[in-house]
Design a protein around this ligand. Structure first.
Ligand SMILES: Cc1cc2nc3c(=O)[nH]c(=O)nc-3n(C[C@H](O)[C@H](O)[C@H](O)COP(=O)(O)OP(=O)(O)OC[C@H]3O[C@@H](n4cnc5c(N)ncnc54)[C@H](O)[C@@H]3O)c2cc1C
Length: 447
């Protein structure tokens, strides 16, 4: 069976690998130059390892990702980096129940209350009843006003902005339930892991078209060799090529026909390329909300978080940054030419003013906040770079199980498997890999 996969993120790559193992003819179209999607990495000339455009790690219980990495002999590094919060301009280590109980900004009854709520969520195996409850209501009610307004309200507001009040307790539960103190990372970075997957798929005769943007998918009646007519799927795409002067030109349009197609793009992009989709289905997908991502990466000569913190959650509703992630407090700086690498992360709607700013402009906005953490960081800047993604975090509102789109679409033999179908867990490469494997099984059953 000739199967096309649109998108070489981890959903597309894992579906491609699973289907190519079943001897299907696989073709993957990817608009970018490299595989990996949101987890894609890049490499500066003096670095030995690639670095993700957006901070990435695995939890040690991310079974699908870890077993796939082992299967293709991609080595994994596991460490226990330090996680902290910043509240009232002070950094507190915050990655164990002991840290919760010794947190100085709350009294003992409040801390015990918060620790019991977190413990109950962690050991509760049932997510379904939680999807009917809003996280803000539950956290305020069970943890009390002080803990809620000091710690959880600012984190929810910083992450989800105007959607914070809509987030379901199920999303919060998934975050608490899944997190592990030790974290894992593929040796060489996620780009290397993705490239190894591409090689495995190519070994099984899978074909890749990088720099190739799919612009249209349609059901058509395609005439066969002996004048027979069969229902197939037409894919139109454009492959971009760089000219010597660095300018991009679009090459001639190409057309392909397939028996089945898997679309791994976020739903709003699927709607753009599939004009035959009916109105009611369009409305359903349009109702799914999401946020884009904005990461400013600082390359420094000196550490930024001097206490060795890897992950710093910002508990201040007015801060311009949601999280500060010092990658080289997790992976050794020797892989990055001894540079200290810091991500300044935000999830934002695409019309937010920050999404239109340059790296320079954004650093100016962030600077007063950053100076409060490290007065002299500017002196050690080697360079900085900005990455933006239009869709990175689905809004998991109440009863999301009923909102989530199905795999089958109104287009015959066209399947949707994307970031908005990861539930009840929070999206991540582990679940993208699981999703790819799941859709491959469904398609193999239909063949
Ligand atoms: C800031 C941030 C932090 C994260 N942290 C982590 C983490 O720590 N751990 C973790 O496991 N996960 C993390 N994630 C989530 C993880 O990156 C995603 O869940 C996962 O990569 C989604 O994979 P996907 O294949 O479903 O989608 P995507 O990665 O979005 O892949 C879709 C692919 O389709 C391509 N495409 C789009 N349009 C077209 C077109 N018209 N034609 C051809 N190709 C097209 C895109 O270029 C992309 O490669 C993070 C994400 C972000 C943004």
């Amino acid at each position: 069976m000739k199967i096309a996969i649109i998108g070489a993120g981890f959903t597309g790559l894992s579906a491609a690998l699973a289907l190519s193992k079943n001897n299907h003819e696989i073709t993957v179209f990817e608009k970018d130059e490299y595989p990996g999607g949101l987890a894609m990495g890049y490499k500066e000339s003096l670095w030995n390892w690639g670095l993700e455009k957006y901070y990435h790690h695995w939890f040690t219980n991310d079974k699908n990702a870890i077993s796939l990495a082992r299967e293709i002999r991609c080595e994994i590094v596991t460490k226990r980096p330090k996680t902290s919060i910043i509240a009232d301009n002070h950094i507190y280590k915050f990655d164990s129940f002991f840290d919760v109980l010794t947190f100085p900004k709350l009294n003992m009854p409040d801390k015990l209350r918060m620790a019991s709520v977190l413990g109950l969520l962690r050991y509760n195996p049932f997510w379904k009843p939680l999807e009917k409850v809003k996280a803000v209501d539950f956290l305020q009610r069970t943890m009390g006003n002080k803990a809620y307004s000091l710690l959880w309200e600012p984190q929810l507001k910083n992450k989800f902005g105007r959607y914070a009040d809509d987030i379901s307790l199920c999303w919060f539960w998934a975050r608490i339930k899944k997190r592990t103190s030790s974290l894992s990372y593929p040796k060489g970075g996620f780009l290397e892991f993705a490239q190894k997957l591409v090689s495995e798929i190519k070994k099984r005769n899978g074909e890749f078209y990088f720099n190739t943007e799919v612009t249209e998918i349609r059901n058509v009646n395609h005439s066969g060799k002996r004048g027979t007519s069969a229902s197939r799927i037409l894919i139109r795409c454009w492959t971009s090529q760089s000219q010597h002067d660095g300018k991009e030109v679009k090459s001639k349009e190409q057309k392909f026909y397939f028996d089945k197609v898997i679309v791994t793009l976020p739903s709003f992009l699927f709607l753009k390329i599939a004009p035959q989709l009916p109105e009611d289905y369009r409305r359903r997908l349009q109702n799914l909300k999401g946020l884009g991502a904005l990461n400013l990466i600082l390359r420094l000569r000196q550490p930024f978080l001097k206490d060795g913190t890897y992950w710093l959650s910002v508990c201040n509703k007015n801060a311009p940054v949601m999280a500060v992630v010092e990658h080289t407090n997790f992976m050794d700086k020797k892989y990055y030419n001894n540079e200290h690498i810091v991500y300044l992360g935000n999830y934002l709607p695409n019309n937010h003013p920050y999404m239109k700013m340059s790296a320079n402009e954004l650093l100016k906005v962030y600077d007063p906040f950053l100076r409060k953490i490290n007065q002299n960081y500017q002196l050690s800047i080697i360079n900085y770079q900005l990455f933006k993604a239009p869709f990175a975090q689905p809004i998991i509102s109440n009863n999301y199980s009923q909102l989530m789109p199905p795999f089958e679409t109104p287009l015959k033999n066209v399947y949707l498997a994307n970031i908005q179908q990861v539930y009840p867990w929070d999206r991540g490469t582990n679940y993208a890999i699981e999703l790819g494997e799941k859709i491959a099984k469904i398609i193999s059953r239909h063949c």
